[in-house]
Design a protein around this ligand. Structure first.
Ligand code: NAD
Length: 383
């Protein structure tokens, strides 16, 4: 049966969510109610997305009998309290990240949802991207051995965020690690599990009170070292993000915060080559409805006749070639972004409709990534 969504917080991201829902338009979900404390935003949203009812008080939306699922897209400090109210009112919830400012709050939300048999999820879009699915396959099946290193370089934009924006206010956003870093902690948690140690440096903008750059280090079980850099210092038109992964027998690089290209430079056997061209590509192509993945491979070198034996980290292995795999998404990154948001909503709906017992991404995942963000804050040198 079609489900009715109600959305609270009608800012930039609520518009992306509503566009994602409108784009799909298969009748499975529709936004019937919307709420913002700013009545102008509410009216604008109402006319842009033909929403039946708008409210200026979140509790009115939460108590609207027609609403089955409450989406919370306010600034972070309101996520947990609004989420709790929605669950208590018997609504399923879809939280924008981080979902809370303290991990315990997410634990409490998960517990209320469990007791009331309601479903809940969080909008970790990177998990929905086929290129990260490829990374997951590689981390699970280990065709290139163990992960040794990963490095995120995220040069994000701040041109829409003046100094009074809630993003810079720790009491409202939780800071960069909590507000934004959680996306990347969640992906790495999914790929290889949580870190055992973290440290970071938080750097204030020269002469100002806002922290606009953070650099963190995480050591994982098995020895992988992951570093994360986030700088909110660029104009939007000039932002850049790359996530680099080094395995025993491969270098992999993901381009873009909403990635559309993954390049892997690797030493492979014919079996590994077959795996990357077959199973892995096939899974990626089926993963995100409406988004296709192409693969271009290039042999950089071929090895035979006794020259196919290599040693690294004290281990010997055979490789028939050095091969470059380039997985490319041709769609525009905004279409990919919206497809990821819609997949997250549909994942929640599958659990609401009993097609699966739980969504693929849960509040427990949100809790784990938020815990790491809070540890980064706690163990940070502040400049
Ligand atoms: N998943 C993603 O990829 C992604 C991307 C961007 C933002 N986000 C998240 O979305 C959330 C919103 O971010 P944004 O950029 O849209 O912010 P925004 O400032 O553009 O929008 C927030 C809206 O919430 C409204 N609001 C504030 N207090 C309210 C209240 N008590 N009741 C109702 N409405 C209230 C504001 O008036 C504003 O319209 C944040 O948690 C952010 O982290 C997620």
């Amino acid at each position: 049966m079609a489900k009715n969504l109600g959305i609270i917080g009608l800012g930039w991201f609520a518009n992306i969510i509503a566009r994602s829902v409108a784009k799909k338009a298969d009748g499975r979900v529709s936004i019937v109610a919307a709420c913002d404390i700013n009545p102008e935003k509410a009216e604008e949203f109402k006319s842009r997305f033909s929403v039946k009812k708008v409210y200026d008080n979140p509790e009115d939306l939460i108590n609207d009998k027609e609403v089955d699922v409450v989406i919370i897209a306010t600034p972070p400090y309101l996520h947990a309290s609004l989420g709790e109210k929605a669950l208590v009112a018997g609504k399923h919830i879809f939280l924008e990240k981080p979902g809370a400012l303290r991990p315990e709050e997410l634990g409490e939300l998960a517990e209320i949802a469990r007791q009331k048999n309601l479903k809940s999820s969080i909008d970790y879009v990177m998990r929905r991207n086929p290129l990260y699915l490829i990374m997951k396959k590689i981390c699970d099946a280990k065709p290139f051995g163990l992960l040794e290193r990963a490095d995120l370089e995220n040069y994000a934009h701040d041109d829409h965020m003046p100094p009074y924006h809630w993003f810079w206010d720790y009491s409202k956003s939780g800071g960069i690690w909590v507000e934004h870093g959680v996306h990347f902690f969640d992906v790495v948690n999914w790929l290889i599990g949580p870190p055992i140690e973290v440290r970071s440096v938080n750097i204030k903008r020269s002469g100002e009170s806002i922290t606009d750059r953070v650099m963190g280090f995480a050591l994982h079980d098995g020895g992988a070292v992951v570093t994360y850099y986030h700088g909110f210092t660029k104009p939007e038109a000039f932002e850049r993000a790359t996530f680099y992964f080094v395995f025993e027998r491969a270098y992999a690089e993901i381009y873009g915060w909403i990635p559309v290209k993954l390049v892997i430079d690797s030493l492979v056997t014919p079996e590994v080559e077959e795996f990357m061209k077959g199973q892995v590509l096939e899974a990626a192509r089926k993963f995100l409805p409406g988004v296709d993945v192409e693969l271009v491979t290039k042999k950089i070198a071929e090895y035979c006749c006794g020259r196919d034996q290599f040693t690294g980290k004290g281990k010997s292995f055979r490789a028939a070639s050095r091969t470059r795999f380039e997985y490319i998404i041709k769609q525009d990154r905004w279409d990919v972004y919206m497809a990821c948001v819609m997949k997250a909503i549909e994942d929640l709906m599958d659990s609401v409709d009993g097609i699966k017992t739980s969504p693929d991404v849960t509040l427990l995942d949100a809790l784990k990534s938020l815990e790491i963000a809070c540890r980064m804050e706690e163990h940070s040198l502040k400049y």
